[in-house]
Design a protein around this ligand. Structure first.
Ligand code: 5GP
Ligand code: ZN
Length: 134
């Protein structure tokens, strides 16, 4: 994709701090990290999000995400890792080249994950039935 910033990063047309590359995937530091070492993992094939990405490319993507999780954990001496993938604008996606966030977490860093709601058994049973149809 000609106007995709992550495709440009892979091609070296936009500078980045590359931390890993293999035949199929590429990893570099997020320019606005949650914590230092926050890494983005992308496939060299342009796919917009998880829905567009074929399973074999997702396997490449998550294989590298696992590898980078271990590398970031060791390099930053963090206490944990969040793996995140935002898909579609409603979920917070701002760059439409599928990517996995590898986010180092430090005990007591105070960052909260998403808020949670109460739910009833009735609601869960109904929602589970709807999801199971697909
Ligand atoms: P999203 O919100 O789509 O899941 O995440 C996109 C991420 O890409 C953001 O965390 C943002 O900071 C990062 N980002 C956007 N543009 C650039 C860039 O040009 N270089 C780097 N290194 N990171 C970028
Ligand atoms: Zn792209």
């Amino acid at each position: 994709m000609n106007d995709c910033i992550f495709c440009k990063i892979i091609k070296g047309e936009i500078p980045c701090e590359k931390v890993f590359e293999d035949d199929t995937t590429f990893a570099f530091l997020d320019r606005s990290p949650v914590n230092h070492g926050h890494t983005l993992v992308i496939h060299k094939h342009h796919h917009a999000d998880i829905f567009d990405t074929p399973e074999h490319d997702l396997a490449d993507l998550f294989r590298t995400a696992k590898k980078m999780s271990a590398a970031v954990m060791k390099a930053t001496k963090c206490d944990g890792i969040n793996i995140g993938m935002n898909n579609k604008p409603a979920a917070g996606q701002t760059v439409f080249h599928a990517h996995v966030h590898v986010i180092p977490r430090i005990a007591g860093d105070g960052f909260k994950l998403w808020p949670q709601k109460e739910s009833t058994t009735e609601q869960r049973v109904k929602t589970a039935a709807a999801i199971k149809q697909f």
